[in-house]
Design a protein around this ligand. Sequence first.
Ligand code: EPU
Length: 417
Amino acid sequence: MEKLMIAGGRPLRGTVQISGAKNSAIALIPAAILSESAVTLDNLPELSDVAIYTEILEELGATVDWNHDRMVIDPSRLISRPMPNGNVKKLRASYYLMGALLGRFREATIGMPGGCNFEPRPIDQHIKGFEALGASVTNENGALHIKAKELHGAKIYLDVVSVGATINIMLAASRAKGVTTIENAAKEPEIIDVATLLNSMGAKIKGAGTETIRIEGVDALYGCRHSIIPDRIQAGTYMIAAAATRGDVIVDNVIPKHLEAITAKLQEMGVHIYEMDESIRVVGQTDYESVDVKALVYPGFATDLQSPMSSLLTQTKGVSILTDYVYSNRFKHIPELHRMGARIKVEGRSAIIEGGPLTAAKVKATDLRAGAALVIAGLIVPDGITEITGVEYIDRGYDHLVTNLSNLGAEVWRQHE
Ligand code: EPU
């Protein structure tokens, strides 16, 4: 078992390069299998989830050539093989294989997705979308069997604004006959990124990034080259870490517009922030005001930054209320922060956070962003060593974390037990 060890209390200083977005990458990789020829993805993050997806594609017969931040996927020999178990269970985003295989082969059998299960995460809106496009969906021993004689365009209103359902429907509908519209679609930048790739492959998608997306189905899609957008959650995490350690960090290779909500909230606390074209400088201060944070769908404050933010909010002078309107119970990190001395009360979908000191402890990451929260807490602690287990969750979303933090002056290392 591997542990992350942090001797905190050092202000982060320097520049950190942000890699491509995880939540784009794990949608773009399955999107590539809709193509008849090779797709090249640049600015790919080097993450465990990407490695698992690579294996899945190879199991389906694709050729994948992955070299650091570049991946070439040749899906010309792909087959729609049933995948009820195995690697698909390790990933949440394996659900994108449903839309992609349905679009290309009119059939998919995929085990119900795994990944970070901080609370039940239904996929009823994905299924509703597939059915509207003409597919039948049956649950066979925990795997979804999705089949259609023909896919036809449809008008689909999402009851819940869902990133996954919006992308999955775009994938299948791009190869349906006729026009599909998705109403109440999610507007996250990752959705625009997937639509950009599909359009470069020959799809006809308009309105990605707004609440109405129009997809005109085409007969075939072809290879292209695409550069993945920067990871706004990774960037936001480093911004929070810079503020939490009272450091001075340039977060480089970002799209500042994607970071408006976190930038505004940090400024409200008293953090100094300077925006440049492709980077953001975060200068921490000694005292911070308490603030209320509401995690919402984009362009609101990202739920994926809610857990890291809760660690920073222990550093204010007062009481902050952090409410998550996307997930009702994404608070598995709070009992771990309690071990580190945090004074936090969870009431319904809110965490009430009272400012105060943190102390070193042995804690456990139970999901990716809970892990990020504990890393930030560990960086804050002035004395002693924080030990974090569950490192495999953190590796799903933060590539080169130890190197990046060390380059910024943190004392952090991995230890094998
Ligand atoms: N929901 C439903 N039914 C559905 C789909 C979603 O009720 O069919 C609910 C969910 O339970 C949740 C809300 O709608 O309460 C939003 O879920 P969404 O579908 O948008 O989430 P997702 O697509 O499963 C992606 C990211 C998550 C991120 C959310 C929200 C991927 C692989 N995951 O999940 O990322 O939290 O969007 O932005 O893209 C992470 O990176 O740590 C992470 C969990």
